[in-house]
Write a protein that binds this ligand. Sequence first.
Ligand SMILES: Nc1ncnc2c1ncn2[C@@H]1O[C@H](COP(=O)(O)OP(=O)(O)OP(=O)(O)O)[C@@H](O)[C@H]1O
Length: 233
Amino acid sequence: MTDFIAQTQGMNLHLSSGKESLHILKDITFAISPGEVVSIVGPSGSGKTSMLMVMGGLERASSGLVDVGGATLSGMNEDELAEIRRSNIGILFQNFHLIPSMTALENVALALDIAFDDLPLSEIRSRARAALAAVGLAARENHLPSALSGGEQQRVGLARAIVTRPKLLLADEPTGNLDQETATSAIDLLFDLARANGMAVLLITHDNALARRADRQMRMDRGELSQLSAVAA
Ligand SMILES: Nc1ncnc2c1ncn2[C@@H]1O[C@H](COP(=O)(O)OP(=O)(O)OP(=O)(O)O)[C@@H](O)[C@H]1O
């Protein structure tokens, strides 16, 4: 049980739309190990993002078990969920979500400052610098997002997601806004960082070639998750 960084058992998510209750995620039993990269493909509206939201403690499952970093999320209050997110989880979005008025370094440092409110400023700066160097952006740390290319902005997003050293990275279409070449290099980097840090990655993508590069490939269809393939170790 503790070999997994995150797992669900018989997890369901119901959301209401007007008077209707929609069964968004159906009886999902899933586990991901440290250092493992798992991709999820599936049609639009099938529940992929909802799955990430539940795993990230941003949405509460309606029933079943959700366990992240050895802690069971159901029953936790908002503060406890926020603490689990801070200490275990990194999130990478399609649209980077960088703060436009802050430099690359400040964007990364802010994530660290929020996650660990007792970290000295010198440590925040050095760790943020190291994260930017890890994504090849040491020379761009004082640039505003508007002065960076899409691929560079996504690398800042990646630096921000990993600077807290999360055990689980949730990535929702992280290359959706990048051209093929830039997307490939961003994903190479993501995989290298995952391997180097033993970080598990749950990767949502519409790109089948990218999905196939994962250790394990899953498919979401109308709220049901199934395994597509496992790559032999
Ligand atoms: N807050 C909400 N209230 C009601 N229904 C919702 C809510 N959020 C999502 N849904 C519905 O849940 C279903 C799954 O949405 P989700 O975003 O998880 O799909 P997805 O597979 O990630 O789609 P896409 O590939 O288009 O991003 C959709 O039918 C969506 O309309």
